[in-house]
Write a protein that binds this ligand. Structure first.
Ligand SMILES: [Zn+2]
Length: 162
């Protein structure tokens, strides 16, 4: 499936923001946020990023700070913090982007579609009525109406406000 008007993809294709440089969830580990790495929020337990290759505008990723691949490696404290943050993400997205619903999920292992299987991460994908529009059906082209950096700027203040 192709996406229309996604300049950040061109940067990726041109090699300016290579994924191969390391784990995206472990990037900028000491910063509370980072526009360059699309990190909206980070503390000692978890991080919230924007997906550079989104399924929809406002597609977020929530990951534990520790580089672990298996759910069984998460502590009770980490599980509780991650669960609370998933809820908080829906509250912030509801307020700022007004979606009609969400898909929230976890891909465990490359076979399940995990782009980065070695570091656990949850996807939060906002959904709107009609977002699977005729363009998707006819041409397998998906449109994303807002540039990812604009969405990042819109969401950042709420994630930094505790
Ligand atoms: Zn990592």
């Amino acid at each position: 499936m192709k996406t229309l008007w996604t300049p950040w993809r061109m940067e990726y294709i041109e090699g300016k923001t290579g994924r191969e440089s390391g784990c995206i969830f472990c990037a900028a580990k000491n910063l509370p946020h980072s526009a360059k790495d699309l990190i909206l929020y980070r503390d000692t337990t978890l991080a919230v990023l924007m997906n550079r290759f989104p399924y929809a505008n406002g597609h977020l990723l929530v990951a534990p700070t520790r580089h672990v691949a298996d759910l069984r490696e998460l502590s009770g404290e980490e599980n509780a913090a991650l669960s609370t943050m998933l809820t908080r993400c829906t509250v912030i997205l509801d307020k700022m982007l007004k979606p009609d619903g969400f898909n929230i999920g976890l891909n465990l292992g490359e076979v399940a579609g995990a782009g980065l299987a070695s570091h656990l991460h949850w996807h939060i994908v906002p959904r709107w009525h009609g977002d699977h529009n005729y363009m998707t059906i006819l041409a397998e082209v998906r449109t994303i109406p807002e540039h990812i950096e604009q969405t990042f700027s819109k969401l950042l203040p709420d994630f930094q406000n505790r």
